[in-house]
Design a protein around this ligand. Structure first.
Ligand SMILES: Cc1cc2nc3c(=O)[nH]c(=O)nc-3n(C[C@H](O)[C@H](O)[C@H](O)COP(=O)(O)OP(=O)(O)OC[C@H]3O[C@@H](n4cnc5c(N)ncnc54)[C@H](O)[C@@H]3O)c2cc1C
Length: 274
């Protein structure tokens, strides 16, 4: 930890406390903020003291508070969630795709992971696949909603304007009772994912496939049914933002994304035939 420029800390208690002074940034779990120098940051405003509920169930579906930790979400999804919310089975494999130990899960928040917006964002894969929308508080006191997949506009970049705060993530009820799956690959066994493909098949047969980690921002592909192999391959391969870094080349990422998507597709087809 080397954040020597930070000279102030405030615990936010009300929305008014989220008005940021020059040099201040909001902090949730702090696992990324504390992990590298923040030369432009002079003050931290803690969101975890706002008392936002971790999870709220309503007729509309599931609301996850932005400050809910990844560990708390997993525990709730596996022990307390309605039994027919089968889509929540995607939460754990998504969290497993995060290159981080359970110690990070206990502190890192769902909202912090989304706002950090890494291409391999574990909660971004989970939430985008379940059609989650982000509830954003604007600095003037208003709010706006945007699909999580659209909030992320590039690797480590969101469309959040200065002073905007992610308040919650809403998963619609219609996306909670689906069949889901995740496939991933990394060059190193315990390395950061080079490609992650997640998918959901709804009770009406429509499907959603999402590519993350291999592309700079989530690529969401929707089909009125489970697509054919060629249709899915073409849809996945046609993304224009596969990228190269030390964890894999763009061509490799394109190729393995096609394979991972096909594994999911074939699994859904087998299940449907069984
Ligand atoms: C060892 C290690 C491994 C990691 N591996 C991965 C990985 O494989 N994949 C991956 O995606 N990430 C990875 N990360 C980074 C990860 O995204 C973050 O550590 C964590 O998810 C961020 O959550 P946090 O609550 O700690 O956020 P913080 O560190 O508190 O904040 C992260 C950023 O988001 C902003 N922010 C947080 N909450 C809000 C909010 N509600 N509204 C507006 N802005 C907000 C902060 O200002 C900051 O810019 C790793 C981190 C570590 C330390």
């Amino acid at each position: 930890m080397d954040i020597t420029t930070v000279t102030s800390y405030r615990a936010a208690r009300t929305r008014a406390d989220l008005a940021l002074a020059p040099g201040e940034v909001v902090m949730a779990g702090g696992t990324w903020i504390m992990s590298e120098p923040q030369p432009h940051t002079t003050g931290l405003v803690d969101l975890t003291t706002l008392g936002w509920p971790d999870v709220e169930v309503s007729d509309e579906g599931l609301r996850i508070g932005a400050t809910c930790t990844i560990a708390r979400l997993l525990a709730w999804a596996e022990r307390e969630a309605p039994a027919d919310w089968t889509s929540l089975a995607l939460a754990r494999p998504s969290a497993d795709a995060l290159l981080a130990s359970f110690k990070i899960w206990n502190t890192a928040t769902v909202g912090g992971n989304v706002c950090q917006a890494f291409a391999a964002g574990a909660m971004i894969a989970f939430l985008s696949t379940l059609d989650a929308t982000a509830l954003v508080w604007t600095p003037e006191g208003g709010e706006r909603r945007i699909a999580v997949a659209d909030l992320v506009i590039d690797n480590a970049e969101t469309s959040l304007a200065p002073g905007e705060v992610l308040r919650a993530l809403d998963i619609p009820r219609r996306a909670l009772t689906s069949r889901v799956g995740l496939q991933k690959i990394a060059l190193a066994e315990l390395g950061r994912s080079g490609a992650v493909v997640t998918a959901r098949v709804d009770p009406d047969g429509s499907s959603v496939f999402v590519v993350t980690a291999a592309v700079r921002r989530p690529r969401v592909l929707r089909f009125a049914r489970i697509p054919g192999a060629g249709e899915l391959r073409d849809a996945v391969a046609s993304a224009t933002d596969f990228y190269t870094d030390p964890l894999g080349s763009a061509d490799w990422r394109r190729g393995v994304s096609v394979v991972l998507a096909e594994r999911l597709r074939a699994g859904f087809v087998r299940e449907a035939a069984a």
